[in-house]
Design a protein around this ligand. Structure first.
Ligand code: TXA
Ligand code: MG
Length: 348
């Protein structure tokens, strides 16, 4: 299949957007930018179309998709009922990086929800995404537009690297703003439960909802608590290299990573280092990539997945990463990093 490349970095191209809409309405796949990561879209109300998403990504069919909408009154069509909490959250955070889990209506095929009777819904904060959802009929199922198991794409080129020839169109909207996937909150639980941390922190959710808890399955390796979101149980974002997170005081971390990098190099290994801007220049060995500044945490979330992909392309053998426990997005950054590291953390 020839994948059409649609450049919309400087604005919406109306004729290409019409083309994208007709691809979606006839059951095809279009990758598009959102404010979090790139998504791979299909008509959510067409069971066959969303089925194609699973084969293009190589995604397990029990892992449900998020349905993207562009206007609030669309909620009522795909949710069985809209609780007050959903309206409050939508008012506070939509369009934006928040996904809500609600009971699904009969309109939503079980192929989209991985067989569940609930549906994940999000209104993204990106002009190209909103225009595409409208052009495609208003209900677009979209997971992240990566091959299953690779880091989520934060540029259209990342999408091309994974899915070229397997999907109908890629819309290039430039680099994304946030770089980690949306926060997921489950409103079918009482109190509401965060299934995946993102840019919208648990404190921000508590400010508008009151009581909110974290899915206990997210935290550790305790097998008696499984994450509720099916997608959170997979070892996502796995780089090809062995990744270790080093945590502790800043000076201890710098010293330990420097020593570990030198040891790896002397064993003949290629070593990548993920550091904050504030520390990057202190490393003398290894391939150092600065994620961003601790003082501006969104720069770290923006660059994290791209760095993991770059280290894959460079074929590094081992990666040592600083820990990025920043106030708002830190929980999301560390959730992704810890999974990429397969829980391999070194305290120094
Ligand atoms: O930022 C985002 O959310 C991006 C952009 C494209 O919108 N999308 C995204 O989709 O990250 P995906 O498919 O990569 O992640 C969706 C997550 C998975 O972990 C899935 O298991 C969970 O949401 N999920 C979807 N529906 C669910 C449901 N009904 N109950 C529990 N978890 C659900
Ligand atoms: Mg994903």
């Amino acid at each position: 299949m020839d994948t059409i490349w649609a450049d919309m970095r400087t604005g919406i191209d109306t004729s290409l957007m019409e083309k994208a809409g007709s691809i979606l309405r006839s059951g095809g796949l279009v990758a598009f930018p959102t404010e979090t990561v790139y998504g791979l879209g299909a008509d959510a109300l067409d069971p066959e179309a969303s089925g194609k998403i699973y084969s293009a990504k190589g995604r397990p069919s029990d892992n449900p998709l998020i349905v993207h909408i562009h206007r609030l009154d669309s909620l009522g069509k795909i949710a069985r009922h809209v609780p007050e909490q959903a309206s409050v959250l939508a008012e506070a955070f939509w369009p934006g990086p928040l996904t809500m889990i609600l009971d699904k209506s009969d309109q939503v095929p079980h192929s989209v929800t991985g067989g569940l009777d609930t549906v994940a819904i999000r209104m993204p904060d990106h002009p190209v995404a909103l225009a595409l959802i409208e052009a495609g009929g208003g209900f677009i199922a979209a997971p992240s537009a990566n091959t299953s198991g690779r880091p989520s794409p934060t540029t259209a080129q990342h999408v091309r690297d994974d899915l070229n020839g397997k999907i109908d169109m890629i819309i290039d909207g430039g680099s994304v703003g946030i770089g980690v996937e949306s926060t997921i909150i489950d409103l079918t639980e009482e109190p509401p439960m965060v299934l995946r941390p993102g840019f919208i922190s648990i404190d921000m959710l508590r400010n508008v909802l009151g009581d909110v808890r974290m899915d206990p399955g997210l935290h550790g390796e305790d097998p008696s608590f499984r994450p509720k979101a099916p997608g959170m149980k997979y070892r996502h974002y796995a780089p090809k290299a062995e990744l270790t997170i080093v945590e502790g005081s800043e000076s201890n971390v710098r010293a330990a990573i420097d020593r570990l990098a030198r040891e790896a190099i002397s064993r003949g290994q290629t070593c990548g280092i993920i550091a904050a801007d504030e520390d990057a220049s202190s490393y003398q060995a290894g391939i150092v990539r600065s994620a961003g500044s601790r003082a501006k945490e969104i720069t770290i979330s923006q660059h994290l997945f791209g760095i993991l992909r770059e280290f894959d392309d460079l074929g590094v053998d081992v990666i040592y990463s600083e820990s990025f426990d920043t106030p708002q997005i830190g929980a999301a950054i560390m959730n992704r990093l810890i999974k990429a590291a397969g829980h391999h953390i070194l305290s120094v």
